[in-house]
Design a protein around this ligand. Structure first.
Ligand SMILES: Cc1cc2nc3c(=O)[nH]c(=O)nc-3n(C[C@H](O)[C@H](O)[C@H](O)COP(=O)(O)OP(=O)(O)OC[C@H]3O[C@@H](n4cnc5c(N)ncnc54)[C@H](O)[C@@H]3O)c2cc1C
Ligand code: SF4
Length: 502
């Protein structure tokens, strides 16, 4: 334990954010860089608990008290070794993880929890600054070839691990750049894309081969893939969005959230730029929120990212509506510590300006004679528990139907499952009841050479879970190829149902 009285002396302090005025003018990261003295002070708050619930709360089983201690001692090399032993990409999770570890931190019972995510970010940024993140080139090669299809965090983590085990790994991606939703979903103001490029350079030096612009199933057929490689790991994500199939869906101005978010990230990356009538630089012919009334349908992370992006475009108004009732402002009695608390969350994008409403259903998209969206018809909902089944049931509130102005509607109602037609059906894969790839552990139930991990197996989830799944699947592939595996053991919290929500 670094400082026995640290948790009594110091308050929880998070990285400073740039002012709203300043950050709405650009797409640079909102958080400022951590400072050594602040990281040390925050690490000093850790009590080095006999039973560290934080460690169990993290899907990766991060060894949190030990790296907190090393940071307090300013032993950045040790802190980095401990962190890197369970997490391939702390530079991702240190920026955008909702931090289930903090929700289960023991200090959180009666004080604000240890700022674990912040400490994680400080360790990895310091490690890069000090040149500690060096390529680790495997000493021997097994001669086995593995194809990893899909380069999101699950695919990247699996490729990293399998390469370390000595296999020759090719990471195939249909987009023009590596990173999956971290590249083309999560906005730059949450995670700068140079962070992915920096990590890719290390992995390339270690021997991972990246191939972009390859739509597997089309450019390389399923049969070819199986003939060319000793094992195939699918990390293709959950890419089919949930639609809102109501009257007026065809109007110009109704878009899936990902259409909007991915094109914005491409603009920031300088792909397909043109200068518009106001002198601003944008991609050709695409979705602009500038001077528009924007309504985001769906209250999760994806919706919040549409809010932040619309604000940066200079929208006339930004409204976010959600079907479910407003969650409690504080931790609810139904989710006591150390469970993940069901409570109201306000993101940095919400802080920047947004009208938020809950218990609202969208009835109709309304448009003009030119086919352009002009308004939404909505209605208030009353949610009540059914006394017989105990399930929540919704009822429209009489007389609450109304229209609100809307030139752009973003559908952010979640994702259903991976794209099944094409590659997955050509590989003869089975699907579970939610339409995800059905596996036994991480191995496909119907094709023993094929494995799956991340959102395509688990359903829409989080980056930390994608990394965890990628690591676990890599171990299964390694066992399949070699009969045994020395890759990292299972994440500890796989045994713990508390975070099964994520
Ligand atoms: C807008 C948005 C914001 C989010 N924000 C957060 C956040 O703040 N924090 C957090 O923890 N999580 C967040 N998430 C969730 C997180 O991004 C995902 O859970 C995670 O990226 C899943 O990783 P994955 O590797 O399984 O799949 P993905 O990241 O979806 O990657 C799958 C990749 O497979 C590729 N692919 C698919 N089919 C093929 C094919 N046939 N051939 C070749 N390549 C193919 C796709 O192009 C894609 O690059 C967010 C998600 C979205 C949509
Ligand atoms: S639960 Fe909190 S206080 Fe305890 S070891 Fe983990 S981070 Fe430190």
């Amino acid at each position: 334990m670094g400082k026995p009285t640290g948790f009594l002396e110091f308050e929880r302090e998070l990285p400073k954010k740039r002012s709203i005025d300043e950050r709405l003018k650009d797409y640079r990261e909102i958080e400022t860089a951590p400072t050594d003295s602040n990281s040390k002070q925050q690490a000093a708050r850790c009590m080095d608990c006999g039973i560290p619930f934080c460690h169990n709360g993290c899907p990766l089983g991060n060894i949190i008290p030990e790296f907190n201690d090393a940071v307090y001692d300013e032993n950045w090399g040790l802190a980095y070794e401990i962190l890197a032993s369970t997490n391939n990409f702390p530079e991702f999770t240190g920026r955008i993880c909702p931090a289930p570890c903090e929700a289960s931190c023991v200090l959180g019972i009666n004080k604000p929890p240890v700022a674990i995510e912040y400490i994680e970010k400080s360790i990895i940024e310091k490690a890069f600054e000090l040149g500690l993140v060096k390529p680790r080139i495997p000493k021997t090669r097994t001669g086995k070839r593995v194809a990893v299809v899909g380069s999101g965090p699950a695919g990247m983590a699996a490729a990293y691990q399998l390469n370390q085990a000595g296999h020759s790994v090719v990471l195939l991606e249909r987009a023009d750049r590596i990173g999956g939703l971290v590249r083309y979903g999560i906005p730059d103001f949450k995670l700068d894309k140079g962070i992915i490029d920096r990590r890719m350079a290390v992995m390339e030096a270690e021997g991972v081969e990246f191939r972009t612009g390859v739509n597997v199933g089309v450019d390389i057929k399923a049969e070819e893939l199986q003939n060319e490689f000793d094992a195939v790991l699918l990390t293709v994500g959950s890419t089919v969005p949930r639609d809102v199939k109501i009257q007026g869906r065809q109007f110009k101005g109704v878009h899936f959230a990902m259409e909007f978010l991915s094109q914005q990230n491409k603009r920031v990356a300088g792909i397909d730029r043109v200068v518009d009538h106001r002198g601003a630089t944008y991609a050709n012919g695409e979705i602009l929120a500038t001077d528009k009334h924007v309504v985001v349908i769906g209250g999760g992370d994806t919706g919040s990212d549409c809010v932040g992006t619309s604000g940066r475009h200079g929208a006339k108004s930004v409204t976010q509506i959600e079907l479910m009732p407003i969650p409690p402002k504080d931790r609810d009695a139904s989710t006591p510590w150390p469970n993940w608390p069901m409570m109201l969350r306000t993101s940095t994008s919400h802080e920047e300006g947004c009208d938020r409403h809950w218990s609202i259903n969208t009835k109709e998209f309304i448009g003009d004679e030119n086919g352009n969206l002009t308004a939404l018809k909505i209605v208030d909902l009353d949610w009540q528990k059914d006394p017989e089944t105990g399930r929540m049931q919704m009822r429209e509130v009489d007389g609450s139907e109304r229209t609100i102005p809307c030139d752009l509607a973003f559908l952010a109602a979640g994702f259903l499952h991976p794209q099944q037609e094409g590659l997955l059906s050509d590989l003869d894969l089975e699907f579970d009841e939610r339409g995800n790839i059905k596996t036994n552990g991480y191995q496909s139930t119907s094709n023993e050479k094929v494995f799956a991990a991340g959102d395509c197996r688990r359903g829409q989830s989080l980056v930390v879970w994608a990394i965890s799944e990628g690591r676990e699947a890599a171990r299964s592939v390694d066992e399949y190829l070699m009969g045994e595996s020395f890759l990292e053991a299972k994440a500890v919290s796989m045994l713990n149902p508390v975070f099964a929500h994520a």
